[in-house]
Design a protein around this ligand. Structure first.
Ligand SMILES: [Zn+2]
Length: 262
């Protein structure tokens, strides 16, 4: 069922606010045209649609006019194609547009967002290139120094573990690789990821609300600062697995976790 227009514009308004926040200069998460955001318009299956940032726009200054609504179905078909060329990709992007008159191009990472938004409970996705995180995604040790959890709020906001994606060409190939890595994560952990690190590239936050996406991104960036400092101070001391599991199940932490989504 298609959401009523007022629901649609509310989602778009929330997405614009999230994007502007992620683009704040003092957050150091994205500059110029870096990063992209999306939001699910319908809450059902692939028959639905989502808003995605248009290519070449800036997170810090985007407005509602800088987002394109696209159907999931053609985009998902594109992910299943072996090696689509630029012409085929453009054709499918045009086919996917809800408003065919919209001349803007959806972000090159539209497919990556479709993969994330198709996961249960994911309504908003934020992809950024945070300075502190990329210190570690661009280091020789990737993903070692981002693995595990180092303090309670990192567990609460980012989940017990993250997905790590080796460097992959942005676009179709990256989306295909992300899909595979997320499936492996789901099999291993029995729950969907909240945080994804991409080697030599950046970060993805998957949230049920725009606030959760912002909180996940800020926590991941702060944790990366701490990890970098810990490396300089002798090495990262990750919490033992039983403590991570304990914290993730504590009722008072579950309570806090829900508050952080509002
Ligand atoms: Zn990127």
């Amino acid at each position: 069922m298609i959401n009523k227009p007022d629901v649609r514009s509310k989602i778009l308004g929330e997405l614009v606010k999230l994007s502007n926040n992620l683009g704040k200069i003092d957050y150091h998460l994205a500059i110029i045209g870096e990063g992209n955001t999306s939001a699910k318009v319908e809450t059902k299956d692939v028959a639905g649609s989502f808003f995605i940032k248009a290519s070449g726009t800036q997170l810090a200054t985007v407005t509602g006019n800088d987002f394109i609504e696209v159907y999931f179905e053609p985009i998902v078909q594109l992910i299943n194609m072996e090696n689509p060329n630029a012409e085929e990709i453009n054709y499918i992007f045009e086919k996917a547009k809800v408003d065919k008159k919209n001349r803007a191009n959806p972000s090159v990472e539209t497919l990556l967002h479709a993969i994330c938004l198709n996961l249960e409970g994911v309504n908003f996705v934020g992809h950024t290139h945070p300075t502190a995180i990329n210190r570690l995604t661009c280091s020789k040790s990737f993903p070692e120094n981002l693995k595990g959890r180092i303090y309670p709020d990192e567990i609460i906001l980012l989940g017990k573990e993250s997905v790590f994606i080796p460097y992959t060409d942005p676009g179709v190939k990256l989306a295909q690789k992300a899909k595979k890595e997320i499936e492996i994560f789901l099999d291993k952990h029995g729950e969907r990821p909240k945080s994804i690190y991409i080697q030599n590239h950046g970060f993805i936050a998957l949230g049920s609300t725009p606030t959760e996406v912002e909180n996940i991104t800020l926590t991941a960036n702060k944790a990366a600062e701490i990890r970098f400092g810990a490396l300089l101070a002798g090495g990262i001391n990750t919490l033992p697995k039983d403590i991570v599991t304990h914290i993730s199940k504590r009722p008072d932490e579950k309570y806090r976790q829900n508050l952080f989504k509002k």
